[in-house]
Design a protein around this ligand. Structure first.
Ligand code: N01
Length: 535
């Protein structure tokens, strides 16, 4: 006879031990909760554990892409480069876990498969793949907006004779492409970082491009120690200035308050050039209306296309690499030698925009009536973003309501934080919040603090549950879409809209503008959690 193991009880169960899970655990303990993190991977680090393809690094400056909650931490940690590489970010996540004594609250190699809300007990019952069971009053999904890899349903993919790598599931042992013919599918941020390095190793590299990407230079290099000293002299002030920026970072290069449309051509060229030299996302702030007005956007886009024409020697390749969509509508890529890579004799670009990839064969792939042979295949095909992780779970709210039914027409929630019908469940940096449009660590800290304050409020009031109302949810989703409609974000197909996944409902998922969002969340809390029902 086997005895059923009783579920383990905690106050708060947190799914994921990336930056969001680590911070939530820290905050939960600070407010006196018994907290448990369950993490599928054998390590903390989340994104920075899995995305270890060649060239993987953050594209927001490391001095900004880091926790602000501990002055000691931000003073003692020293980044090596302007944009930290993946191994260093993973070391940082591990350091945070050790520094704040978090490891004993994290169970690794433990994949959550589902959770159901028990209405009689007001508790979440959580199951893991290995058959473990937990109950918790609060459930926090800290599983990341970009963590469910998208593997396109290419016919014959399984028949490919060589290794197939996905950028978001990269092996943990070194991958050596020396002497090999390599095919890369995709030209988003991951591909833009990986392609220059793969090209240096591979004998031949074929890049299969469906949509050309805009990339601006990172100008990465060793971290400027004077800059570091200046920031560390008033790190709190720097963080505060960043939190007042639309994307929670970039206060050193705030957007130019003028319109691109009002500038004389020579002045405009100089302004774009100055931002190009700074590098990174600051380019989109060359003028205040680049992300608001398609005519202003077209001027910035043409500037980048001009750069591509000057960098790439073969005119036909330059033409194919030149994006037609509005710049910044799909997430801008930040590169180190991406366009230059196409000047190499061993690299060719294959346009699959008009002829999709028909089939993968044991020796390569076929598209547009031609076949291409290679020994290794890299899928840089991105993620089922923002909703993928929750939609792959057996997650059930009141009366057994399945998340797949609740979100059939797209992700509905209030403040991006809570879902009607799913009491006491919080989603960190998910759809309906500014997550993907910010330095995500700013969003993670904001959500962690809001959730901790909310739980403290419930306890102070003796209320067991909190749940978003459907009315608040409907108004919020309209607000997210309406905010996006005042920008250029609805002018292209992007993962923000779910457009990269066949059959996924089209709904604009992230919210534009961190400061008004943070103000709104604070107002809601101050006004007794309006838009929520407290049980
Ligand atoms: O994924 P993506 P990613 N046939 O979705 C193509 C963050 N990130 O992993 O554009 C052919 O951007 C697809 O084509 P299309 C960042 O937020 C950050 O690169 O859909 N091609 C596209 O070219 C980023 O935005 C960092 O037409 C297919 C590519 O695959 C997000 O993660 C680094 C295809 C996917 O690009 C995702 O980036 C990396 C098909 N069937 C990522 N399906 C940094 O911080 C897809 N594609 C630096």
């Amino acid at each position: 006879m086997t005895l059923a193991i009783p579920p383990r009880e905690v106050d708060i169960l947190i799914v994921g031990a990336g930056f969001a899970g680590l911070y939530m655990l820290h905050r939960a303990r600070e407010i006196g909760l018994v907290a448990q993190v369950l993490e599928a991977a054998p390590s903390v680090g989340g994104t920075w554990y899995h995305n270890r393809y060649p060239g993987a690094r953050v594209d927001i400056q490391s001095m900004e892409y880091s926790f602000s909650f501990s002055e000691e931490l931000q003073q003692e940690w020293r980044w090596s480069e302007r944009y930290a590489p993946q191994p260093e970010l993973l070391r940082y996540a591990n350091h945070v876990a050790d520094r704040f004594g978090l490891r004993d609250g994290i169970r690794l190699n433990t994949r959550v498969t589902g959770a159901a809300f028990d209405e009689a007990a007001n508790r979440w019952r959580v199951q893991t793949e290995a058959g473990g069971a937990w109950t918790a009053r609060f459930l926090v999904m800290a599983s990341g907006p970009l963590s469910a890899p998208n593997v396109p349903d290419f016919k014959g993919l399984a028949s490919f004779a060589g290794p197939v790598y996905h950028t978001a599931q990269w092996p943990h042992e070194p991958v050596d492409f020396t002497g090999l013919r390599v095919g890369v599918v995709g030209t988003g941020s991951s591909a833009v970082q990986a392609i220059p390095l793969i090209a240096r190793q591979a004998r031949e590299l074929a890049v299969f491009q469906r949509t050309a990407a805009y990339a601006v230079p990172a100008h990465n290099g060793p971290l400027d120690r004077d800059f570091e000293a200046r920031i560390k002299a008033d790190y709190a002030g720097f963080r505060e200035r960043n939190r007042r920026m639309p994307a929670g970072f970039g206060s050193e290069q705030p957007p130019n308050p003028n319109s691109a449309l009002g500038a004389a051509p020579a002045e405009r060229e100089a302004a774009f050039e100055a931002r190009w030299r700074i590098g990174g996302f600051s380019f989109l702030g060359s003028y205040r209306d680049i992300m608001l007005d398609e005519r202003a956007n077209a001027l910035a886009a043409e500037f980048v296309r001009g750069k591509i024409r000057r960098i790439v020697r073969d005119p036909e390749t330059a033409r194919l690499l030149s994006p037609a969509q509005t710049i910044g509508c799909k997430r801008l890529c930040v590169d180190s030698g991406y366009y230059e890579t196409y000047n190499r004799a061993n690299v060719k670009l294959v346009d699959v925009s008009r002829h999709p990839i028909d089939a993968i064969s044991p020796g390569g792939l076929a598209t547009g009536g031609r076949s291409y042979e290679f020994d290794a295949l890299v899928l840089a095909t991105g993620f089922d973003a923002m909703t993928g992780t929750l939609m792959r779970l057996d997650l059930r709210g009141r009366k057994g309501l399945r998340i797949q039914d609740k979100w059939r027409a797209g992700p509905r929630n209030y403040l991006g934080l809570m879902i009607a019908g799913f009491p006491n469940l919080f989603n960190v940096a998910g759809p309906g919040s500014t997550s993907a449009f910010t330095n995500v660590i700013v969003s993670i800290e904001h959500h962690g603090n809001w959730i901790a304050d909310c739980i403290r409020h419930l306890d102070a009031q003796g209320r067991p549950t909190i749940e978003a109302t459907e009315t608040a949810e409907t108004a919020w989703i309209e607000h997210v879409t309406e905010t996006a409609s005042r920008t250029v974000y609805l002018t292209c197909n992007s993962w923000y809209l779910g457009a990269n996944i066949p059959g996924k409902p089209r709904m604009f998922m992230p919210l534009v503008g961190f400061p008004p969002y943070a103000d709104k969340c604070a107002d809601v809390a101050r006004n007794g959690y309006e838009g929520f029902v407290l049980g």
